[in-house]
Ligand binder design. Structure first.
Ligand code: IMP
Ligand code: MG
Length: 180
């Protein structure tokens, strides 16, 4: 499959992504063996990763979704000022919960979500991210499972967007916005 011109280079091919998701799913299945696991994804970016991960996990899973939005306009607001725009359908009390993220960047979003979910008394709470950009981290959060560490470049594909586009790419690509 040929990448469009605005994709500067492919960081991880569809095959590499699929293979790595299988490895991480095996780690998760091992860790939670004998229990049921609830996967929680943040709309919309994490949905692609959640479905791929869920299909590769070998223990029983439930899924639920929430959506967040920034307070006010995106630019005048400090990063991480998010609120829940659509809440989970069901409580998570006494459940083993795995927050599924597309990318942990500064860490603000993940910290807010982990704090919010922790307040609902899950039996356990962990986070699994497809991409981890630790070079841009501002708030330290524990990342329990991750597929790939990435450099400080804007990426799209596998659920990640640029202005809502490119989520459906099967690979992770570095985006060059000037080419659009
Ligand atoms: P954080 O709160 O800075 O960790 O930001 C996480 C959110 O920023 C992610 O859920 C994405 O929506 C968005 N984001 C950060 N980096 C990228 C990127 O390289 N491509 C697309 N979205 C990104
Ligand atoms: Mg997002």
């Amino acid at each position: 499959m040929t990448a469009p011109p605005e994709i500067e280079r492919v960081l991880f091919t569809e095959e590499q992504v699929a293979a790595r998701i299988r490895e991480v799913a095996a780690e998760i299945s091992e860790k939670y063996r004998g229990r049921d696991l609830k996967l929680i994804a943040v709309l919309k970016g994490s949905v692609f990763f959640l479905t791929a991960l869920a299909r590769a996990i070998e223990i029983p899973v439930k899924i639920d979704f929430l959506a967040i939005s920034s307070f006010g306009g995106p630019s005048q607001v400090p990063p991480g000022m998010v609120r829940i725009a659509k809440d989970l359908d069901d409580p998570i009390q006494d459940e083993d919960v795995l927050l599924v993220e597309d990318i942990v960047d500064t860490g603000f979003t993940a910290r807010y979500l982990l704090q919010t979910l922790a307040g609902r008394s899950p039996r356990s709470l962990a986070i699994c991210t497809l991409l981890d950009r630790t070079v841009r981290r501002i708030v330290q959060i524990p990342v329990d499972f991750r597929c790939f560490e990435i450099p400080d470049r804007f990426v799209v594909g596998c659920g990640l967007d640029y202005k809502q586009l490119y989520r459906n790419l099967g690979y992770i690509g570095v985006m060059n916005p000037e080419k659009r």
